[in-house]
Every structure is written in C-alpha cells, then in structure tokens.
Design a protein around this ligand. Structure first.
Ligand code: MRU
Length: 349
C-alpha cells in the first residue's frame, strides 16, 4: 500500500479518495472525500483535480471505487462494476493521454485477476492504483533530475498553465524541473503565464512556486511577447497532455502561441513530460481529440459576468504545438531531441 505523506494532494485511505480541491486554490486548501466513480468523474470534469498525471491517478482510484462498491458480490459483479467505472471515467476528459494510460492499467489488472476471489480481486485493483501513483512519483522524480541539463545557473524560464506537483503527485513535470533547480541552489527566475480562462498559472503555479521558495513573476498571457522582446526570457518550458509519435504536443490552450513567440525571439521551447504522456499510436497532433469546454468559463471570471450572457464562445482547453517548434522533450529516459519520429521510439513503436 502507498503510504501518504503530509502535503499529498491525492491519497486513498479507508476506501475514500481524498483530493485537494484545486478550484478553491490559492485561497482555500480543502480536501474532497470521494466514495463513488461518479464523484470522481464530476471532480475531473470541473477541474477540482486537473493536470494530465493527476487525473490519471484520480481515474485509477475512481475505478477502484467502482470495484469497492460491488465488493460484497461475486467476482463477475466486481468486474462489471469496475468496467462501468472505467468507461464512465474515460469519457470525462478526452485529451490527456495519462488518464487512458492509467485506466488501461486498471483494465489489465482486472484481466489478470479473472480467477481471483472477491477480496483478492479488490486488493489487486488497489495495488494497481497504488502502483500508478507510485510510478507517477518515481517517473517525475527522475524527470526532474534529467531536466537539470537544460536549466543553467541564472536562467529565466517562462512557463504556461500548471505542471507542478498539483498536476501530478509530489513532483511535477516542467514545474518539477524548475522547483528541483531551485532546490539544487540554482538562481533561477520563473515567469508564470496567468493562463486564461481558468488561471491555472496565477492560481496554482504561483502558489506552488511561492510555497517552494522559487522567485517568480506572474504575467497576463498577452504580455509574453513583450517580456520576450525585452530579453527577459532565456527558455520556455511547459508540460504536456499528449505527445504524438512525431513530437506534436497537446498542452493547455495558449501553449502554441508561446511556442511561436519563442521561435520568433530565438528562445528555446522545451516540453517536459513522462512516457505515460507519449501516445505512440497517435501519428500527429491532427489525430488528437481536443476538449472543448463550456462557454460559461469565458463569460464569467471570479464569479462576475464578464461578457454578454449569451456571447458565442470558442473555448478549447488545449492546443497543439507542432513538433517543429519544440527544441527538446525532457523525459524520465533522457532529453529527446528531433527527429522525434525516430528518437521517441525509446517509448515503443
Ligand atoms: O485543463 P488542465 O488544467 O488539466 O490542463 C493541464 C495542462 O495543460 C498541463 O500543462 C498538463 O497537464 C501538463 S502537467 C502534467
């Protein structure tokens, strides 16, 4: 069993999934206590838990909650309930590869336990969900070390959205690399894009940088060009939600603009993401499903109406940065550089 440590933003205890509610940060730190797959689906959809790796972990424990709901029945009933939970959770958000990676591993555990007694089957699923959480922690710890090759003393790095521990568990991806650089004594400065419309940058990244002691500045997304023009950005590093086998990368809406700006200003643009984000079955960004979110997120901000009540809105949650703009991808297996079609094959064919 995975022992939870103080500060864990996701943990499972006494058959309850505890999630730090990210919609309330940075003003309130309140944990949700979830006991059914439906509650997990709701938390993922409304971004109470968000970030590619965090939703993978939450999804895995959500499948376990499905099994637990049927634990007094026979193994076939447990398998049906778990598969229903997996199907329901799979439909919560389409873009991040990690959610499907985690749910496929839960399905695999279910198949491996087809001859198990009820208690053993539930135990097997619990162990698998813990393994997914532990794998996420270990992988990102390795990635944070690998990424140091790109973070030189005195560097200023711009990031977009939130890719810190909140988006995974204990360690982040891109932000994990930057927090580790600071921990190692490097004097870095992080510029955190606000990340409209849901402000993952100013609410979550700034909170994580502040609590980790990393010097930082927030900026509105539309100030990134001016900041680069003033020569204040040495590198850009963001996380990813899905990486195609040709290197095209889905990440929070606005990432593509930052990558284009970085190219224009001669600044290297890096992605940091683990193997569980890489989708070798996806040939290119055009094959990815990009989540479209509710228009209300654009018509309101901080509880106040900020657009005509029925204003038509374009509100994709992610965009695709073409591989040609990406100087390197930091992974737990090392820094991957172009040509990505060839070099990403360390993660499978
Ligand atoms: O909509 P969100 O907040 O889940 O989007 C998250 C991001 O785009 C992150 O940058 C991404 O998940 C990488 S960090 C694991």
């Amino acid at each position: 069993m995975l022992e939870h440590v103080l500060g864990d933003t996701i943990y499972f205890e006494d058959n309850v999934l505890f999630l730090l509610d990210q919609t309330l940060l940075p003003t309130l730190t309140i944990y949700l206590e979830l006991q059914t797959p439906d509650e997990v689906v709701d938390a993922i959809k409304r971004l109470a838990v968000r970030g590619a790796m965090a939703i993978g972990i939450a999804g895995a424990y959500g499948a376990l909650l499905g099994a637990l709901g049927a634990r007094t029945g026979n193994p076939a009933g447990i398998a049906i309930a778990t598969r229903e939970a997996i199907a329901h959770i799979s439909a919560s958000r389409p873009t991040a590869r990690n959610l499907f990676w985690a749910l496929e591993r839960m399905e695999e555990a279910l198949e491996q336990g087809s001859g198990d007694e009820p208690e053993a089957l539930v135990e097997r699923l619990h162990e698998r969900a813990d393994e997914i959480a532990l794998d996420t922690i270990e992988t990102n710890r390795a990635l944070a070390t690998v990424g140091q090759q790109l973070i030189t003393e005195g560097i200023s790095v711009l990031t977009h959205c939130n890719s810190g521990p909140l988006a995974a568990l204990r360690y982040g991806t891109a932000l994990g690399v930057l927090i580790e650089a600071h921990r190692l004594g490097k004097h870095i400065h992080v510029y955190a894009d606000e990340t409209r419309p849901l402000l993952q940058g100013s609410r979550l990244t700034a909170w994580e940088l502040g609590t980790s002691g990393v010097p930082y500045t927030i900026l509105p997304d539309n100030a990134a060009a001016a900041l680069m023009k003033q020569g204040r950005v040495d590198a850009v590093m963001t996380g990813a939600d899905r990486i195609a086998s040709n290197g095209d990368t889905a990440n929070k809406i606005g990432t593509y603009s930052i990558a284009v700006l970085a190219r224009v200003h001669g600044i290297p643009f890096y992605i940091a993401a683990p193997g569980s984000t890489i989708d070798m079955a996806c040939a290119a960004g055009a094959d990815m499903v990009i989540e479209e979110r509710n228009a209300e997120e654009l018509r309101n901000c901080g509880g106040a109406q900020t657009a005509p009540r029925n204003a038509p809105a374009f509100n994709p949650a992610f965009d695709i940065t073409p591989a040609e703009y990406i100087a390197a991808i930091v992974t737990e297996k090392g820094i991957i550089r172009p040509p990505y079609e060839k070099n990403l094959r360390v993660f499978g064919e």
